[in-house]
Structure formats: C-alpha cells, structure tokens
Design a protein around this ligand. Structure first.
Ligand SMILES: [Zn+2]
Length: 357
C-alpha cells in the first residue's frame, strides 16, 4: 500500500476553478471520485499560516500559527510520514520551495518558529525518517550562521547522496536529496516541468520499496502567486501542480494499491470571480487580500480508503484517515487536542461582516 499526499499551498476551490476556467481544459482535479471539505483554522487563529496548517495535515494536532511539528505547549507530534516510516514504508518529499519551508518541514522537523531554517536543515540532515527529498533552499545547508557545510555532512556523516539536479541522480539509491536551487525554486514559468518531473523521479525510486511508500508533494508557489495577486503566475502554478497530480493519479491507476489525497493548507488571496459590470457574463479574478483567508479548502481522494475523504472534516483528521487506509488503526500519540477558535456564527456588524469571538 502506497500513499501520495499532495498539498497545494494556498489552494482552495477558487484557485482550482480559476485554473479550470482559464485553461479551458478538464483538469485532473475533476477526476477524483471522492471530494470533501476541510476546515483549516489553527489552534491560535481563525486564519492559519502554513506552519500550523501543515502541522495539522501532517499530524493529529492543530497548533499555533508559526509552529512546526509541535503542539502549542512545545510537545513534538508524530507525523503520518514518521508513523508510516516506523511501519516499514519508504518516504519522500517533493516541493517547489525550500525543502526547509514550513509545509515540508512540518512532516520531518520540530521547531517552535518556522523561520528557524538553519535548525530545520540540521534536523533534515540528521533524520532517518526521510528517504528522498527534492526542492530548493541550498543556502540553509551551505551558507549557515554556524558556518557548517551540511551538504558535506549529509554525505559524510548521515549517509545521504546529495545532488544539484534531477538529471544526475542514481534512482536506485535509498537516501538522496536533490537541492536544486539556492533559494526557492524559480516560478513555474522559469522552472519548466521540474515539479511533475521530480514526482516521476520520486515514484520511480519509491516503486522499489518492499513495504510500500509515503510521498508528500507540495505545489508550493500557488500561495506565493496569490500573495502577489498575480493571476498569470497563479495559473502557471495551478497547471503545474495539476500536472504533478496527474503523474500521481496515473501511477495510482496503473499500479493500484495507492491512495492519492490532494488538499491544501489554507486559501490565499481571498480570490473570487465576479463580473465587475454586474452582468453575470465576464468573470474576472478579484483578490480581497494579500494574505490568507479562513475559507475552507477541498480534499480530493482516489484509491483504497478514498471513501473516507468525504463530508466536512478538520485538517487534523486527515492523518488518521490515511493510516486507516494503510491498515493501521489507533496509532495515536495520546496528546490532548488543541482545537482553537471556533467560528460560531457570522453576524452583520454595521457595514461589514465580522466573526464574533
Ligand atoms: Zn502564504
């Protein structure tokens, strides 16, 4: 049994439908037989960031915005990647941002503040839970405040093979990192098919795993584009992520025994598609914020156990559903839940709507 867990950072239904409208194509998203709704609020805020959002998607726990892989009171949480590794599966992470950025980090690292990139890089170097990782962010490995060269240490001390490009790698190797840029990977228009190609590469490697695998993939820059309110960039990122989803879905359809779950950590941009002339004929992309919103996101599932991903759920519910699909039940960590602010009702407050506390 394999799991491919895909996260479109900042991607709620508006981003998916915007790409559908503008591409005039049937996107892969519409091929999923099971679709649900995911509430994304964090333990501290109605509107989550990627650190708390990722932590909830990776583990059973909501946490405070900015925290990676730990509860609000600093207790490390066990992620779905870590549980499945412990149960004998091989694991991989593929992203188009820094490999140390909030979403990928929530699967393997534990730090109170998401900006502790040097610490996150060190935790990645030291971890035995990740078999392969592909993305950007080389500067956190070789231009560090402590002057260590983590890339060399990863090879000499921790048994990684480290590569600069996808082209060079030995796909039969059991532990490798492809850190393909100093910074985040370039935007989709410049990086070409890096993300879907990285997913293909990871799947060829993990296909040899005896007890199956867990692969996390992030379309990282949908969020960046929506922060920038740049619709061309957003569309490029959505179509790129859709291609990566297609690679995963095609693999699952061919091989069977593979659960594909596609979701998001939160919505970014407050994207809507009104006709500014009020004529109902020419919808345009309209952003209401340069930040995140509390809009729920969708979850799309295919494969064994996919039927669990329907209805309305919390982001912290996904780990248990994935473990159930893999035949592992009740693998909890016994920690209490931190549910955070509950949205009770929306009421009219003078000329704007606000959410009562
Ligand atoms: Zn963001």
């Amino acid at each position: 049994m394999n799991v491919i867990y895909m996260i479109g950072d900042g991607m709620a239904l508006p981003q998916v439908y915007a790409a559908m409208l503008a591409s005039h194509e049937k996107m892969t998203f519409s091929q999923f037989p099971y679709i649900g709704v995911v509430d994304t609020h964090s333990a501290s805020n109605d509107i989550t960031d990627s650190a708390a959002g990722g932590t909830a998607l990776a583990s059973d726990h909501k946490t405070k915005n900015g925290m990676v892989g730990m509860t609000p009171d600093f207790i490390p949480v066990k992620t779905v990647l870590e549980v499945l590794k412990e149960q004998g599966k091989e694991t991989g992470i593929v992203v188009s941002c820094y490999v140390t950025h909030a979403t990928p980090a929530t699967f393997y690292a534990k730090v109170p503040k998401r900006k502790q990139y040097d610490d996150i890089a060190m935790q990645l170097a030291e971890t035995e839970n990740v078999n392969l990782i592909i993305g950007g962010g080389r500067k956190y490995f070789n231009q560090r405040e402590d002057s260590l060269n983590l890339l060399e240490m990863m090879v000499d001390k921790y048994g990684w093979k480290v590569y600069d490009t996808l082209a060079d790698i030995d796909e039969t190797c059991k532990k490798y990192a492809v850190i393909a840029n100093d910074d985040h990977m370039p935007p989709a228009a410049e990086r070409g098919d890096f993300l879907p190609r990285a997913v293909k590469t990871a799947l060829r490697t993990l296909d040899n795993a005896e007890n199956g695998f867990f692969l996390m993939v992030e379309g990282s820059q949908i969020d960046f584009a929506c922060h920038a309110q740049d619709s061309t960039w957003m569309m490029d990122e959505m179509l790129d992520f859709d291609y990566a989803v297609k690679v995963a879905l095609d693999y699952a359809k061919e091989k069977g025994n593979t659960l594909v779950v596609v979701t998001a950590d939160h919505e970014t941009g407050g994207l809507t598609m009104p006709d500014p002339n009020g004529k109902y004929t020419n919808p345009v992309f309209n952003y209401s914020t340069r930040s995140h919103t509390c809009l729920p996101v969708m979850v799309y599932a295919y494969g064994p156990g996919a039927e669990q991903f329907t209805g309305w759920m919390q982001n912290r519910d996904l780990k248990a559903k994935i473990l159930n699909a893999c035949g592992f039940e009740n693998i909890g960590d016994g920690l209490p839940e931190y549910d955070g602010p509950q949205i009770k009702a929306v009421k009219v407050n003078h000329d704007s709507y606000s959410i009562p506390k």
